[in-house]
Write a protein that binds this ligand. Sequence first.
Ligand code: HEM
Length: 246
Amino acid sequence: MSIVIWIVLPYLCLTVFVIGHVWRWRHDQFGWTTHTSQLLESRILRLASPLFHLGAFGVIGGHAIGLLIPAGWTEAVGVSEHAYHVVAVWGGAFTGAMMCAGLALLIARRRLTPRVFRGTTVADKALFATLGTMALLGMTATVGVNLIGPGFDYRESLAVWFRGVFWLHPEPHLMVEAPLVYQAHALGGFLLLALWPFTRLVHVWSAPLAYLWRPYVIYRSRVGAPPVPMPPPAVVRRASAHGTNR
Ligand code: HEM
């Protein structure tokens, strides 16, 4: 059973993740968007969206460090286990709380604004439910187990199994002993990957990062600007005959 859960299922989810993206790209490029509802409601969104996204960036950064970097490497560069633990737990609790607050607001806004709720698809509902469950499980692990609870060293077990999946050498016995909340959270992470291509999460791959370094678009006010000279009517007629003034 542990082979099915900790080896077969993760690879199944990763396969659906890859093939699902190819399918979505080939069949639904026009639907490859955030499906923003900003035009329908923007007051709550203005607070909820940055709160969720900034929190999520922090949580993703924490996951990258905690899951991908072996404990031996951080110790080798002088970060003691205690220092790592304090930063991970408090940093995780802070960014995780931001993410949860943002997500709760996004869900409440979607449910309580009729126009937004009407545009909510089944895929949206599945996505919000999965994200919400994952965030709560993650917070239970970080705050409930590692901040105020008995503690669990996921860097020597869960993280090793996680890296093993990508090295094609997963060790299921490392997950069998993990507390249930960690098991459910890790499995949920892979299930979210399988859901990913069929939801608005695909917008992550098309984030308009180029906006950060593209040149400014300069708008000039008409007020006080010198009048723009109109071309003579003959030029306008010639241009429209050739279709060049569209
Ligand atoms: C397979 C994928 C994933 C794995 C293996 C994983 C593993 C972990 C681990 C080990 C922790 C730290 C628990 C602790 O401090 O004791 C954690 C925390 C957390 N996770 Fe995940 N996670 C995964 C995916 C996700 C996803 C998709 C979300 C999105 C909602 C998420 C949200 C959180 C949150 C909010 C926390 C608490 C804050 C923090 O410590 O960063 N995780 N996760």
